[in-house]
Design a protein around this ligand. Sequence first.
Ligand code: CP
Ligand code: NVA
Length: 301
Amino acid sequence: MKKDLLSVADISKEDLEKIFKLSAKLKKERGRNDYKPLSGKSIGMIFAKASTRTRVSFEVGIHELGGFPLYMDQGKMQVGRGESVADTARVLSRYLHGVVIRTYSHADVEELAAEATIPIINALTDDFHPCQILTDLFTIYEYSGRLDGIKLVYVGDGDNNMANSFILAAGLAGLELVIAAPGKYRPNPELMRDFPNVVWEKDPAKAVANADYIYTDVWVSMGFEDEAAERFETLRDYQVNSKLVAAASPEVKILHCLPAHRGEEITDEVMDSERSIVFDQAENRLHVQKAILALLFDKRI
Ligand code: CP
Ligand code: NVA
């Protein structure tokens, strides 16, 4: 694996296979093995945005692998008062063995990675959320036993960090990806260009025909709160509700990276239905991120 995980573009097919294999093993053996590849290592966790799943699963995962997780609120760091990202990277590289970072600007994370001598893991930027998407691929693999040719329909904001990550993941995994979104929040055409297996469809009911999975995400991502009213208006026909699910196959499964804003992008009825596997998906963040950390730090793998 490369030094850093900044987006799915950093992951090869071989890395993905290793992540799946190790995630399954660590999931099965949780609490029953003494695999400690982070023993004696301290991993910084810089967060500029809110988090429940990512923070907790990384802290617990680092601890379970024998390491020390150090949580840092980006707003309380000197980088918020004018210290450069590059100097921050140089200093942190002298104390820590790796950094997990959730922030706004993807360019800042790229600069941090370029200047740091230690691995940098992107825990969500405005542009990408690779730890979530690798977890989603693992969850689909657990349920379907394959990724190639699986039809996944992503419904809603087609221009956010999750949609961008799915486009790259579709390229890596051979998914048949349809992004159902209005023109205003259409998927990034430049990102889509290299992937003929990614299609943009305005009509959500048409998009979900024969879908194996329907995926959605919040309409207002972190950092875009001032656009909330406009987004609710433009995206209201893209709600994942029982009517939309009925337009897909009876076996379709529902995924959501969470947090869900129930009653907005997804209804209670769908979230709580037997088709929904969102909490298995959330659990897998822990197992998959442990596998990613192991691959970055255990040079024997
Ligand atoms: N899915 C996800 O990243 O959740 P959090 O924002 O709670 O970390
Ligand atoms: N698109 C969402 C994902 C949250 C995990 C956001 O950035 O807020």
